[in-house]
Design a protein around this ligand. Structure first.
Ligand code: HSE
Length: 427
């Protein structure tokens, strides 16, 4: 009964008539659990039996659908498994739970013939699970890329537009209820990795493999990188990227330069967007609020309506949890980052003297890394010179080697900053 729980009660109450027309019967919240039942809430709880013991809700024989909005993956996991064992359908917004324990949860649900629905776990109110699982069912999904953490996008947008301080913007995101209980999940990319893990599974029909997801957050991004990227015609966004290749699946979350003319590069603030490339449909883009009480409740309630509609249908004929039939999941491996191919933005600081740029260029040339653009900033006073390079696509292992050779040059000062770059064109 926190932010999303309150929002869900409000949406179910406000739109009760419209929802009943869609679902074919009324949907009523009868029981709810909260840590503190006397706390002021954003919703009216007059007709709800409140308890501090969530097991009471999960074990109540009158409850048909359990909505889990607790978060975390300990108590939430216990309650969801208990609800399934009791033959109840489950709706959850819990991305950590699904990304880490989804394989176990779906196997149990399948055995019990119940549904576990999780639309609200990814990208808040955007119906991206529905789109991937059903709307794009005729396609071979080739890749997807998403801005799937609202807090991170809000911080990067504010840094770019207002030169705001990282900490101030994070505090504002927490105040507005966008950030996770532990905001390191947002800024270190863990929240986005949970969501990307789920998206990749339903896009490619592979088991959930959260541990294999490469995860890098936004904490090292500086305002100067944002400004240089803009000068070169790019925006820095925190992206989750999943791509199917012949060798395996790329599954990675990291800051990424995107050409500023792409629609997704203009998704700002707390908004989310997911770009999906299907072989038949081509690129498609899904945009909307990725967090907040009502937008997330919109996805929760849609799942409840879906469950209600399937109450009378044969379990064998329901949409499979991971989009593909449980016995038809593929064992395509997740690729190590060294095998991933992207273009790069590289920023280095060096002494302003003859031959430095030539040395850097020859290291890249010897590694067969092709330079796409170059920018050198005039040093101010005795400050070091700054060189910014954009490369063509290159294997990450090769790029790592070239960067460590460049860092070994006497004239190069400190670490080289590198940010991956994706063109996200129709290919
Ligand atoms: N902390 C998440 C975000 C909330 O900022 O996107 C929605 O999952």
């Amino acid at each position: 009964m926190g932010t999303v729980g309150g929002g869900t009660v409000n949406v179910l109450t406000r739109n009760a008539e419209e929802i009943a027309r869609r679902a074919g019967r009324g949907i009523v919240v009868t029981h709810a659990a909260a840590r503190d039942i006397n706390k002021p809430r954003i919703c009216d709880t007059t007709n709800i039996t409140l308890t501090t013991t969530p097991q009471d809700v999960v074990n109540d024989p009158d409850v048909q659908i359990v909505i889990e909005l607790i978060g975390g993956d300990t108590l939430a996991r216990e309650l969801v498994m208990a609800a399934i064992a009791n033959g109840k359908h489950v709706v959850t917004a819990n991305k950590a739970l699904i990304a880490k324990h989804g394989n176990e949860i779906f196997a149990a649900a399948q055995k019990q013939g119940v549904v576990v629905a999780f639309e609200a776990a990814v990208a808040g109110g955007i119906p991206i699970i529905k789109a991937l699982r059903e709307g794009l069912a005729g396609n071979r999904v080739e890749w997807l890329a998403g801005i799937i953490n609202g807090t991170g996008n809000f911080i990067l947008t504010e840094m770019r537009d207002n030169g705001s301080d990282f900490g101030d913007v994070l505090a504002e995101a927490q105040r507005l209820g966008y950030a996770e209980a532990d905001p390191t999940f947002d800024v270190e990319g863990i929240d986005a990795a949970h969501k990307l893990t789920i998206l990749a599974s339903i896009a490619f029909g592979i088991p959930l493999q959260f541990e294999a997801c490469y995860t890098e957050g936004i904490t090292k991004i500086t305002r100067e990188d944002i400004v240089y990227a803009e000068e070169l015609g790019y925006r820095i966004k925190h992206l989750g990227v999943a791509r199917r290749t012949d060798a395996g699946v790329e599954l990675r979350v990291h800051p990424t330069l995107i050409p500023e003319r792409r629609l997704i590069a203009n998704v700002d603030g707390v908004m989310n967007a997911v770009l999906v490339k299907g072989d038949a449909v081509g690129p498609t883009l899904y945009y909307g609020a990725g967090a907040g009480a009502d937008p997330t409740a919109s996805a929760v309630v849609a799942d409840v309506v879906d469950v209600v509609r399937t109450l009378t249908s044969d379990p064998e004929n329901r949409v499979p949890h991971l989009a593909f039939q449980a016995d038809s999941l593929s064992d395509l491996p997740i690729l190590p980052m060294a095998a991933v191919e992207t273009a790069y933005y590289v920023r280095l600081q060096c002494e302003d003297k003859p031959g430095v740029l030539a040395n850097v260029a020859s290291i890249l040339g010897n590694s067969e890394i092709s330079i796409e653009a170059i920018l050198q900033k005039e040093p101010v006073g005795n400050a070091p010179a700054t060189i910014i390079l954009l490369t063509h696509r290159v294997n990450e292992g090769k790029m790592n080697q070239a960067i460590s050779t460049i860092e070994g040059l006497e004239a190069v000062i400190g670490d080289v900053m590198r940010i991956r770059l994706e063109h996200l064109d129709a290919d």
